[in-house]
Design a protein around this ligand. Structure first.
Ligand SMILES: Cc1ncc(COP(=O)(O)O)c(C=O)c1O
Length: 460
């Protein structure tokens, strides 16, 4: 599995000076003086970036890292994918801004994206350039069709930062300073089997979490008004790379259909081959009514988002969801080329295989470790959950942070997420080679080992 070797820097990782090196430090100081304290990623990965290629990135001090973070899942086809860059560069010379006036690049993207989707999701809508904006648009489509306001989302969900999308995200720290947001949003437990909300086991739970949806929809005293839609991630991302049992999404689909509630699948992170299928909902042959897509759709990080939905839901008049930047033509060209690359290289199958290999290796690390409570994932969306004790499962965010920091110093970039910020998350570019995957896993395993050598210093 080295057909994508040429896409990354040949010598990776390569740490010349302990990060953050002097040049990075100078950039970070400038940033912290001139930019807002809301800047977040450089706190966990202190460095300044110079360039990137495939599954590798280089900082301004010449350190080269393996990238298991992948721009939070954006870089499906790899940083600076040459095919995508060429298409976008050509497009930049011709036309870059179009609002929603048609043009050849937009048409090419629509054609290939439509071929990726189930035939019943036959309408596409391009709104603003972010995933959050696609979620806002999806909610509008649901409300305008259903003529009712309540929405149901899941514990552990992340759908974005604009007011509507934030309302649907469960993390209290994100929203507690900004309340009230959208009214009538209700959260129910996701199938997070490692920490089942009901204290049950997957083989004997009768899917209590999904059944709870039926209960609140059918019990007139549930206190929850009939929703317009349920929004779900078929594999939860920021919630901690949580893969539900295969019967969960189909049961949610069934309950929605029986109760005339629309199902929105948020595929912004899990979609476009990451989980080993083009869309994560395909693992269970479920077809949602509305799908949100973004991140990897822009190829190499161009901003773009899209909503796909069933034709009969196309009941909104012109102008109901507008925005100046809904026509980033370079992003359309990049997206069309990225999807072509994914199709031509069967990137869904590749991600499935590579993901399996990595998960098997991570399970070995878990076995040897005293602080890894759970290792899970689907395709190249992997999560390693740190706990203080395997018995009590008390979350250990300190371990996740220490491991991330050690990984960074040794040339591997990873993400942290989860309900308690205690899950190391891998979202590498899908063109990761086996060689780079193993090098990264070794750095990760060493970081876990080093962290566990002196746990008393980690807890203090
Ligand atoms: C599942 C999901 N939905 C929505 C979003 C929001 O996308 P954006 O950050 O582009 O607004 C994210 C971002 O991480 C996401 O993972």
């Amino acid at each position: 599995m080295d057909q994508f070797k040429h896409l990354s820097f040949p010598k990776a990782p390569l740490i010349k000076t302990l990060p953050p090196g002097p040049k990075s430090q100078e950039f970070l100081e400038f940033q912290s003086k001139a930019e807002s304290s809301a800047v977040s990623y450089p706190r966990g990965m202190p460095m300044a970036l110079r360039r990137a290629k495939g599954a590798t990135v280089e900082d301004v001090d010449g350190n080269i890292y393996l990238d298991f973070f992948g721009g939070a899942g954006v870089l499906g086809v790899g940083h600076s994918n040459p095919q995508v860059i060429q298409a976008a560069s050509q497009q930049i010379k011709d036309l870059t801004h179009s609002l929603d006036v048609p043009n050849p690049a937009r048409r090419s993207l629509v054609q290939i994206l439509s071929s990726f989707l189930p035939p019943s999701l036959d309408k596409l809508f391009f709104g603003g350039p972010t995933g959050s904006d696609a979620v806002e648009a999806a909610v509008k489509i649901a409300k305008i069709n259903q003529k009712r306001s309540p929405l149901i989302a899941f514990e552990g969900a992340y759908h974005g930062m604009t007011a509507g999308a934030l309302s649907l995200s469960s993390g209290l720290s994100f929203k507690e300073d900004f309340l009230p947001l959208l009214p009538d949003v209700h959260f129910i437990p996701y199938a997070y089997c490692y920490r089942c909300a009901y204290g049950l086991e997957p083989d004997s739970c009768d899917l209590r979490c999904a059944e709870y949806l039926e209960h609140i929809l059918e019990d007139p005293h549930s206190g929850v008004g009939k929703p317009s839609a349920v929004i779900v991630e078929a594999v939860q991302g920021e919630g901690g790379s949580i893969v539900p049992p295969s019967s969960f999404i189909p049961r949610i689909r069934e309950i929605c259909s029986e109760n005339d509630v629309l199902l929105i699948a948020d595929e912004i992170q899990a979609g476009l081959c990451r989980t080993g299928k083009i869309f994560a909902f395909e693992h269970t042959l479920t077809i949602p009514d509305i799908v949100t897509i973004s991140k990897a759709l822009g190829g190499v990080g161009f901003p773009i988002s899209c909503v796909a939905f069933k034709q009969e839901l196309d009941q909104w008049p012109p102008g109901k969801h507008i925005g100046t930047f809904r026509g980033n033509v370079a992003a359309y060209a990049a997206g069309a080329e990225a999807l072509t690359f994914m199709r031509d290289h069967n990137l869904d199958d590749y991600a499935a295989q590579m993901g399996n290999i990595m998960l098997t290796e991570l399970k070995k690390v878990e076995k040897e470790s005293e602080t890894i409570g759970d290792t899970r994932g689907l395709g190249l969306m992997l999560g390693i959950e740190f706990v203080r004790s395997k018995e009590t499962k008390e979350p250990a965010p300190q371990c996740a942070q220490k491991v991330r920091s050690l990984c960074h110093q040794n040339g591997l970039l990873i993400e942290i997420g989860g309900h308690y910020n205690n899950v190391a998350r891998f979202l590498p570019p899908l063109i990761l080679t086996r060689e780079l995957a193993f090098k990264g896993l070794e750095i990760f395993a060493d970081a876990v080992q080093q962290t566990e050598k002196d746990l008393s210093s980690v807890w203090t």
